[in-house]
Design a protein around this ligand. Structure first.
Ligand code: 13P
Length: 256
């Protein structure tokens, strides 16, 4: 079984302007002990307007944080008013881009084909997508969780080569667990992540065993240890509990 380095990402969604972002990162890195980062990748995904400020802070202070974006468009440039392109993000040393978050799928009309084009565009520019999949409450209650997440995963990775796949991260985020305070049980999340991994195994064989798959949906300092203890869960994509540096620091110190 390959070693999968845990990865915890803060998805701030539409919170924190660039002043607040700088304060957050300064406080977080002041209070989190250096050892915490030794076995863990920590990614901060702020709004686009914060990226340049955080890039310069991370570089100048040589912080052990990776920068992530929450979205991007799939074209490199052109007449696409309001969009941000992958090369623009790569230029800011963005390492990860969240693609296909359920809020983008549900509120901004992103379908599997758009998600796939974004995954390919992010990879083409040397960054790693954090590819989000997850079922609605209706799909879950209808017994269609496995079919939904496996289908989303297969569609997202269409045309992605084995070499590209090795860089990718997947996040299983059941929609009914996002922002609700009701996380999936560790066993439930682990089982569904197992389903996702086996769909990836169909595409990439043994490489799927090295792919990092996060759980997201009401991850908090109080439940992160039980989630991270599960064999299939390699990290967390954290919304609400990533907004306060003290709370996020507690979460990063799980198991200590
Ligand atoms: P919450 O942690 O607020 O439930 O959000 C999860 C999420 O959507 C992270 O991308």
């Amino acid at each position: 079984m390959p070693d999968r380095r845990p990865i915890i990402a803060a998805n701030w969604k539409m919170h924190h302007d660039h002043h607040a972002a700088i304060q957050f990162v300064q406080k977080l890195t002041y209070i989190v002990e250096a050892e915490v980062y030794e076995g863990l990748d920590v990614v901060i995904c702020p709004p686009f307007t914060d990226l340049r400020s955080l890039q310069t802070l991370i570089e100048s202070d040589q912080l052990d944080l990776a920068l992530g974006a929450q979205n991007c468009y799939f074209e490199d440039q052109g007449a696409f008013t309001g969009e941000v392109s992958p090369p623009m993000l790569a230029k800011l040393k963005v390492a990860y881009v969240i693609v296909g978050h359920s809020e983008r799928r549900q509120r901004f009309g992103e379908d599997d084909e758009i998600v796939n084009r974004k995954v390919q565009a992010v990879l083409r520019h040397g960054m790693a997508p954090i590819v989000c999949v997850g079922e609605t409450l209706e799909e879950r209650e209808g017994g269609r969780t496995a079919e939904t997440v496996a289908g989303q995963a297969r569609a997202a990775f269409a045309g992605v080569t084995k070499a590209q796949f090795e860089r990718c991260v997947v996040a299983y985020e059941p929609i009914w667990a996002i922002g609700t305070g009701h996380n999936a049980t560790p066993e439930d999340a682990d089982g569904t992540i197992g389903v996702i991994r086996s769909a990836l195994r169909d595409l990439y064989g043994d490489l799927a065993d090295g792919a990092r798959i996060q759980y997201g949906g009401s991850v908090k300092p109080g439940n992160v240890a039980d989630l991270m203890a599960m064999p299939e869960i390699d990290g967390a994509l954290v919304g609400g509990a990533s907004l306060d540096p003290d709370e996020f620091a507690r979460l990063l110190r799980w198991g200590r």
